[in-house]
Design a protein around this ligand. Structure first.
Ligand SMILES: NC(=O)c1ccc[n+]([C@@H]2O[C@H](COP(=O)([O-])OP(=O)(O)OC[C@H]3O[C@@H](n4cnc5c(N)ncnc54)[C@H](OP(=O)(O)O)[C@@H]3O)[C@@H](O)[C@H]2O)c1
Length: 318
């Protein structure tokens, strides 16, 4: 059995963008990032109780993990939780590619265990789940989650771990106002009923749902997210305007409302913070209680936008 139950803050922090070079327009996100700016993000987050950091070797081929470790330098290991992933497509050809990738992540992270270790995607559930068992038993990983898995794949991974008296404790899928396949597929209900924590990623649709970007002020030219979202920003105005208005009543922003929505759905959002000011937003979001009618209204506006934001790496959940 795992040593203790998985307990997590109301919001987890994502560091995919931290794998970019930091030069404006360059990389997946194309935001201007500096090590001192990210240190500010860490300090503000840590002091506000946001202590769970999600990363992956796939984010900038190790750069996100390295930059995160630098930004966390000086904090005691017990003050923060690390969440990283085994990405099947990057598996090496050694005898135990899962253990090898973990070892390399631990080195970059300057850690001797991770709190939450994920199978990044369901390339081959029967192959990649069993190697997690010795890693859990040795304490190198404290908890296991699966990401981008369908209901059947989650159940298969859980059965495999179950044979060793272990279990899948967390699921991490794309889940935003615009992308609710995990709810329709029954995965949210499954998680609630089986005490599995559901982490929603891309709650802000990489910036498109923050209200900060619109056709006149698009996502950074040349970045991958611009190529995905700039063409649909004109369909999102009614939704982001309403999110902004709901937020304004509470001294909050559209982005805060998107995050509050994910919390209201019983999930733990993983928000890809890039600026210290984003943490203020998460503090506000943590305190917002959306009425059922507000949730329904936002979901209706999201459906009316009629856009498909499935990532190129994702499969349909339904
Ligand atoms: N398991 C998987 O396959 C998978 C896939 C995708 C993501 N993830 C995880 O989920 C995390 C979140 O996803 P994401 O980073 O792709 O996208 P996201 O959280 O939807 O959006 C991140 C972008 O929104 C802006 N932003 C962040 N916090 C904000 C706030 N509080 N207020 C206003 N704007 C804010 C930033 O843009 P600016 O820099 O332009 O301000 C940031 O780059 C990732 O970092 C990663 O850890 C996992």
């Amino acid at each position: 059995m795992t040593s203790n139950a998985l307990t997590v803050p109301a919001v987890a922090l994502g560091t995919w963008a931290w794998g970019d070079s930091g030069q404006p327009g360059d990389g997946y996100f194309g935001s201007r990032l500096s090590q001192s700016g990210l240190r500010e993000v860490v300090e503000k987050a840590q002091s506000n109780g946001f202590t769970l950091w999600d990363t992956a070797v796939a984010y900038g081929m190790g750069r996100s993990e390295t930059v995160l470790a630098q930004a966390l330098a000086g904090y005691d290991r017990s003050e923060y939780q690390l969440s990283t992933k085994f990405t099947p497509q990057l598996a090496g050809d050694g005898a135990d590619p899962v253990a090898d990738m973990l070892e390399q992540s631990l080195e970059r992270l300057g850690a001797d265990y991770v709190d939450l270790f994920w199978i990044h995607n369901p390339a081959d559930v029967a192959r990649w789940t069993p190697p997690l068992i010795p890693l859990l038993e040795s304490g190198k990983i404290k908890h296991v989650g699966v990401s981008n898995h369908t209901m059947e794949q989650i159940a298969l991974a859980d059965r495999i771990l179950g044979e060793a008296g272990l279990r899948v404790e967390a699921v991490q899928n794309h889940f935003s106002l615009l992308y609710r396949g995990s709810e329709r597929a029954g995965i949210l209900d499954y998680c609630r009923e089986h005490d599995v924590r559901f982490f929603s990623y891309m709650v802000l649709e990489q910036g498109a749902l923050t209200g900060r970007y619109d056709p006149a002020n698009p996502l950074p030219e040349g970045s991958s997210r611009a190529a995905v979202y700039n063409g649909i920003l004109h369909r999102l105005g009614a939704l982001t305007d309403r999110m902004g208005a709901i937020g304004a009543d509470r001294g909050a922003s559209a982005a805060d409302v998107a995050t509050a929505w994910a919390i209201a759905k019983g999930t733990t959002p993983i928000i890809g913070v890039t600026k210290a000011g984003h943490i203020d937003g998460l503090v506000r979001a943590r305190g917002i209680e959306l009425a059922d009618a507000e949730v329904a209204e936002l979901e209706a506006l999201a459906d009316a936008a009629d856009v498909d934001t499935r990532g190129w790496w994702e499969q349909e959940m339904e």
